[in-house]
Write a protein that binds this ligand. Structure first.
Ligand SMILES: [Ca+2]
Length: 247
């Protein structure tokens, strides 16, 4: 699905991850106040989620972020990958000067703020949206990379991308990438669309779009009349070789 890998389980859990900046985890309402781990207990209160696997609240403890993460490590049963359990200091908050700089209009995190020219303004003003949280998260993520302009930009684009995804869930499709200069990378002749079928037409699956069953999303698609084959968009005729049709 575009930049996202999506996993669905038989008990209704959905995980979508872009491998870098965004993970969306959806659980059925039965799991309210019944989860544990890095994302907390799913009770709607973000203040009680810093619990280690042993049940210790590490809020405010030095190195709390790595202590929490270490406690929830899951070990590879094959022992192929070994995770470190290093405890590092929590990430220091950004200084005020840089915060102000990052929040300026049209600069990195500026699009998380409600302004007249912001394409996100209707979405940010939605009653179910916590606009301040997005601005804070953007500034935090970008500040972590201070000194590295390239990654700061990537972090800002990542936060805005997560914002766009949340707006989409509220029924608002926002065309923001050009304005923010956050390109969406498509490969193999695919073209970007702000709202298209997340399923890909291939020789094996020529009706993927009509049978998709997933809502439209920001994604890369092959031009009409072509299929995605061997990593590139090709004319449908590629599916018929020497009179045989791929099945
Ligand atoms: Ca909670």
């Amino acid at each position: 699905n575009g930049n996202f890998m999506r996993i669905e389980t038989d008990f209704g859990l959905v995980v979508e991850n872009d491998g870098q900046w965004t993970a969306v985890i959806k659980v059925p309402t039965d799991f309210e106040n019944a989860t544990e781990g890095l994302c907390g207990n799913n009770d709607g209160d973000a203040e009680n989620d810093m619990l280690t696997k042993e049940g210790n609240d590490v809020t405010g403890m030095n190195g709390s972020q790595s202590v929490l993460a270490n406690s929830w490590q899951v070990h590879d049963p094959d022992g192929q990958y070994i995770c470190q359990k290093e405890v590092v200091d929590d990430i220091a908050d950004c200084d005020t000067e840089l915060k102000t700089e990052l929040s300026k209009d049209n600069h990195l995190c500026g699009l998380s703020l409600i302004t007249n020219t912001n394409p996100f303004k209707t979405c940010l003003a939605h009653p179910q949206m916590n606009a301040q949280a997005f601005a804070d998260n953007c500034i935090f993520d970008v500040c972590v990379w201070r000194g590295n302009e390239k990654v700061m930009k990537e972090a800002a684009c990542g936060t805005l991308s997560a914002l766009a995804l949340q707006c989409k869930n509220l029924g608002l499709t926002i065309d923001w990438r050009d304005m923010a200069d956050c390109p969406y990378n498509c490969s193999g002749g695919q073209v970007y669309t702000v709202s298209g079928s997340p399923c890909t037409v291939t020789c094996k699956n020529p009706d993927a779009v009509t049978e998709c069953g997933l809502p439209n999303a920001e994604t890369c698609v092959c031009p009409t009349g072509t299929v995605f084959h061997n990593g590139v968009c090709q004319n449908k005729s590629v599916c018929e070789i020497q009179g045989e049709v791929f099945v």
